[in-house]
Design a protein around this ligand. Structure first.
Ligand code: NAD
Length: 519
């Protein structure tokens, strides 16, 4: 399968194959503008989650290859950081156009490697593309400040400077969007970049860097290495890397934040979640049940903003049977099959873990009112499928509540009042996202004011902010102080330099130096 745009490499050239073969092709590294075969002896087999056939082999990059990527980024920084901001902006204009024209091909790669449906995969690409579009405003976003006449004949101005070589480490669940949360913002500010996509879904990222090259971005500005723990440690320890953007699980996020910070790097770390949706009895029932099932089961529950926990207040609890009927209607199948609502989960291990957490709920006294385990999809018998699952009567001490399930499982709790719902959510360690469904403005306002969660939706189940804002997950879901994309993303990838100048025409005739602090 070839990309539509002339000048872009075929998928196989960038190391992506959409069909399984006995001898799976390898995924290449991208160093100094070239797709390079790794010399490693250690490979990760990448399986199509719908079939479990091996579709590509991903290298654990060698130390030399990773160093070559950093060296290329360091060299490119010398010229890229001095390239005019208008030139960097032009690259982003071209880049957004190329991505938009190739969304379908990117989505196909996402579906085959990650499993999500084609429609959902296009959304994955679109949400990343919106960050690139926002980067086109860099001439406004990177404007500095100035104040004339701060003292006699003295002016001060401040402006944002790039950091140097920066790096990104991405998770499996958004193969296009999350790399695009990282390097476009970094490079448009004048940095260069070393990207490590998830070893489970590198294909979309490889296509995206080919497109970046085609948009005129010079060699070495963005480089891609692959791997697991060794590549992560390399990024955390390499003295030339000044900042790390991480998105993924708690375990990896805390580790990378600590190790990178200890080495003097700036780190932003987006981690796990347990997002609660509060259902008030005055909510619009049809809309709420649709939103709830879409947000809980869409993408097979593998979104960090999935609404995985429903809190029914008072009589809203009576809507559960209708929720089950809606969830039953969702079609589970391979992501590329038209009409599919829910694709497979990423791996057999993920499926086993999800099934284990469902069982733990049952063992601890929850009621399983919809069981998606043991689902077999005809034609895809070896796929990692889990159907929509609903547990009710869940309490905060149960393992299915305390752990992020990251599968198509909705855990349901019941409370009597809005205050109880707010207390419950504020007692949960995570702060990624939450939502309330209500038709009462005062209820909505009370919720938004009192809830201690970084991203709040009112009748919006997955309130992921667009890039003119930033992704503001909080508490246990985030480590660092500058969030991803938007103004905070620009702040993360830049330092502020403040220049104070004195230009006085008349000569100073004092013969004594002033030693007191100027006032
Ligand atoms: P993951 O932590 O397993 O992997 C993320 C990256 O870290 C990968 O590149 C991987 O190679 C590396 N890695 C994995 N384990 C590591 C370890 N022990 N030490 C060092 N590096 C390690 O995450 P995942 O399973 O790919 O993604 C799912 C998780 O990501 C979920 O917890 C989800 O909530 C979270 N996530 C969060 C956000 C957010 O913005 N808060 C967005 C998407 C996903």
């Amino acid at each position: 399968m070839a990309l539509r745009l002339a000048g872009l490499a075929k998928l196989s050239q960038v190391g992506v194959r959409l069909q399984s073969t006995a001898a799976a092709p390898t995924t290449k590294l991208f160093i100094n503008g070239q797709f390079v075969e790794s010399k490693t002896k250690s490979w990760v087999d990448l399986h199509n989650p719908a079939t479990n056939e091996v579709i590509t082999r991903v290298p654990n990059s060698t130390q030399d290859e990773m160093q070559a990527a950093v060296d290329a980024a360091k060299e490119a920084y010398k010229t890229w950081s001095k390239t005019s901001i208008l030139t960097r902006q032009q690259v982003m204009f071209k880049y957004q156009d190329i991505i938009r024209k190739n969304m379908k091909e990117l989505a196909e790669s996402v579906t085959v490697e990650q499993g999500k449906t084609l429609v959902d995969a296009e959304g994955d690409v679109l949400r990343g593309l919106q960050v690139v579009e926002h980067c086109c405003s860099i001439t406004s976003l990177q404007l500095g400040e100035s104040l004339n006449g701060i003292a006699r004949d003295m002016d001060t101005h401040s402006y944002r400077t790039p950091l140097g070589v920066t790096a990104g480490i991405a998770p499996f669940n958004f193969p296009a969007m999350i790399p695009l949360w990282m390097y476009p913002t970094a490079i448009v500010c004048g940095n260069t970049f070393v990207m490590k996509p998830s070893e489970r879904v590198p294909g979309a990222c490889m296509m995206l860097v080919q497109m970046l090259k085609d948009a005129g971005c010079p060699d070495g500005v963005v480089n891609v290495i692959h791997g697991t723990h060794d590549s992560v440690n390399f990024i955390c320890d390499n003295p030339d890397i000044k900042a790390i953007s991480f998105v993924g699980s708690d375990q990896a996020g805390k580790y990378i934040y600590e190790r990178g910070s200890k080495n003097g790097k700036r780190v932003q770390s987006n981690m796990g979640a347990k997002n609660h949706g509060v259902v008030m009895p005055d909510a619009n029932k049809e809309n709420t049940l649709n939103q709830l099932s879409g947000a809980a089961f869409g993408a097979a529950g593998q979104r960090c903003m999935a609404l995985s926990t429903a809190v029914f207040v008072g009589e809203a609890n009576n809507w559960l049977p209708e929720l089950v009927e809606r969830a039953k209607k969702l079609k589970v199948n391979a992501g590329h099959v038209p009409g599919t609502d829910i694709g497979p989960v990423i791996s057999p291990q993920a499926k086993q873990r999800i099934n284990g957490l469902i069982q733990s709920g049952v063992d601890e006294g929850a009621k399983l009112i919809l069981d998606g385990r043991n689902l077999v999809v005809p034609g895809y018998e070896k796929g990692n499928f889990v159907g929509p699952t609903i547990l009710t009567g869940v309490t905060p001490k149960m393992k299915c509540y305390t752990e992020e399930i990251f599968g198509p499982v909705l855990v349901c709790l019941s409370v009597d009042t809005l205050d109880e719902a707010i207390n419950l959510i504020n007692s949960n360690p995570y702060g990624n996202g939450t939502a309330i469904f209500t038709t009462n403005g005062a209820t909505a306002r009370k919720f938004t004011q009192e809830i201690d969660v970084g991203q709040v939706g009112v009748n919006v189940p997955i309130p992921v902010p667009l890039p003119m804002f930033s992704f503001t997950g909080s508490r246990g879901s985030f480590l660092g102080d500058c969030h991803f994309y938007g103004k905070m993303g620009i702040n993360f990838y830049t330092d502020v330099k403040t220049v104070t100048q004195l230009w006085r025409e008349s000569d100073v005739t004092h013969t004594q130096a002033a030693v007191a602090m100027p006032v």
